[in-house]
Design a protein around this ligand. Structure first.
Ligand SMILES: [Zn+2]
Length: 372
C-alpha cells in the first residue's frame, strides 16, 4: 500500500498524536461571561435587562450565540451559555421557585462575609416548571461540542436567603437538592454533557459541608448519567471577596477541610481556583482519582495571563493530577470583566493548555518509542 499513499495524508503516527492531543486537557470556563452592552450594563452583577418582553427573549438568545462564538474562536473545548440568560448565578434560579417571597426582604450575612438584602422563604419550596431547559436546548442546537451547564449548589442557595419556614439550613438545602435534581435530569435529557453545581459556600462552612453539604450535592446528582461537577472558589472578583482574600494569609488551606469527603463522593469533577491564589497545589493530592477543573485564569484582575503563566500553573498541578483528569479552566465566572479582557483571558487559557499538551504528547511518544 505504501506506493499508493498520498503524501498529504497524515501518517498513522500523526493521527495518533492528533487523537492524543484532542483528548488531553480540555479547556472550559467556570461559568459566566460578560454580557453585551445592549443586553445588560457591563461589569455589573445583578444588572437589570435593557430589553423587554419578546425583544428580551431574542436578545438573550443572540447574546448566548455571541458568547458561544467567543468561546469557539478562543478554542475552548467544553463550551457553555456564558450564563447570558440569567441575571445572577443563584437568584435567577430561585426566582423561578414557589415558596420564596422576593418582596419580603431581610438583610443577612452572605458566606459570613458581606451583608445583602435577600428574599424570604415563606413556605414549602418547589419548582413549577423547568428553569433553564429551554436555554440549554437552544445551546445544544448551536453546537456539537461538549456543553457544560451551571446550577447553584444547595448550600450556596440557602446562604442567599432568609428562611422563615423550615428554620433549618439542612432541611432547606435538602429540599433545594431535590428541586435541583429535577432540573438536572431535564438538562441531561436535552443533551447537556456536564452539569456543574456552584458551591462557593463549601469554602466557608466546613462543618456543614461535611455533615450534610456533600450529601445534599449527592442528592442533587442522584440518577444522572452525565458528568457532574462542583465548583468551589473564592468568589467573583468583587471588592467583598478580594478584601476577604487579603485576610486569609499567605497560605489558603480552606480546601483541605472538604477535599477528603469530596474525594469519597460521587461527584466526577471538582472545579477549583488556583491561578494567583495562595492555595498550596499539593492539597489537590487529597482529590486523587477525581477529575480537576483547574482555575488557571485569575478573574479578579484585568491583567491578561501569558500562555506560559497558564502553562506553569498546569504543570504544577500535573504533579498531583493525572494528565487525563486535568481540565484547564478559569478561577471563577468572568461576568464582572469587560468582554475584551474576558476574550483575551480565554485565548490565554487555550494557548497555555496547548503548550502543556505538546509537552505531554512529546513525553508520551518518547516513552512509547523507548518501550518498543
Ligand atoms: Zn466561582
Amino acid at each position: 500500500m505504501t506506493t499508493l499513499e498520498n503524501n498529504t495524508q497524515p501518517t498513522k503516527a500523526q493521527n495518533q498524536k492528533a487523537l492524543f492531543n484532542k483528548l488531553l486537557l480540555p479547556t472550559s470556563t467556570a461559568g459566566s461571561l460578560p454580557k453585551p452592552a445592549w443586553l445588560a450594563q457591563p461589569k455589573t452583577l445583578w444588572s437589570p435587562w435593557k430589553l423587554q418582553d419578546d425583544e428580551l427573549i431574542t436578545g438573550k438568545q443572540d447574546a448566548l450565540c455571541l458568547s458561544l462564538q467567543n468561546q469557539q474562536q478562543a478554542n475552548i473545548d467544553i463550551v457553555s451559555d456564558g450564563e447570558q440568560t440569567r441575571q445572577h448565578f443563584v437568584t435567577t434560579f430561585i426566582e423561578h421557585l414557589n415558596g420564596v417571597d422576593f418582596e419580603q426582604r431581610k438583610t443577612v450575612r452572605i458566606r459570613d462575609r458581606y451583608d445583602a438584602s435577600v428574599p424570604t422563604v415563606v413556605g414549602p419550596v418547589s419548582r413549577q416548571k423547568s428553569v433553564f431547559v429551554e436555554d440549554a436546548k437552544f445551546l445544544r442546537q448551536q453546537t456539537n461540542q461538549p456543553i457544560k451547564w451551571a446550577l447553584p449548589g444547595p448550600m450556596t442557595m440557602i446562604d442567599t436567603l432568609y428562611d422563615d419556614h423550615y428554620k433549618s439550613r439542612e432541611k432547606l438545602a435538602w429540599e433545594f437538592a431535590k428541586i435541583l435534581n429535577q432540573e438536572a435530569k431535564e438538562l441531561e435529557a436535552v443533551g447537556v454533557d456536564i452539569i456543574q453545581f456552584d458551591e462557593p459556600a463549601f469554602n466557608v462552612f466546613f462543618d456543614e459541608v461535611n455533615d450534610w453539604g456533600i450529601a445534599c450535592l449527592e442528592r442533587a446528582i442522584e440518577g444522572l448519567k452525565c458528568e457532574t461537577a462542583v465548583h468551589i472558589c473564592y468568589g467573583y472578583g468583587i471588592k467583598a471577596n478580594t478584601d476577604w482574600k487579603k485576610s486569609l494569609g499567605t497560605e489558603w488551606r480552606q480546601y483541605e477541610n472538604v477535599f477528603p469527603k469530596l474525594q469519597q463522593s460521587n461527584i466526577d469533577i471538582i472545579s477549583l481556583e488556583c491561578q494567583n491564589s495562595h492555595v498550596p497545589m499539593e492539597l489537590i493530592e487529597l482529590l486523587r482519582g477525581k477529575k480537576i477543573m483547574l482555575g488557571a485564569i485569575d478573574v479578579a484582575t484585568d491583567i491578561i495571563e501569558t500562555p506560559e503563566e497558564v502553562a506553569n500553573t498546569l504543570r504544577k498541578a500535573l504533579k498531583y493530577v493525572d494528565a487525563d483528569k486535568l481540565y484547564p479552566c478559569t478561577n471563577c465566572g468572568m461576568a464582572p470583566l469587560s468582554r475584551q479582557v474576558a476574550t483575551a483571558k480565554l485565548e490565554a487559557l487555550s494557548a497555555g493548555a496547548s503548550i502543556v499538551r505538546q509537552e505531554l504528547s512529546k513525553k508520551h511518544f518518547k516513552e512509547r518509542a523507548s518501550v518498543f
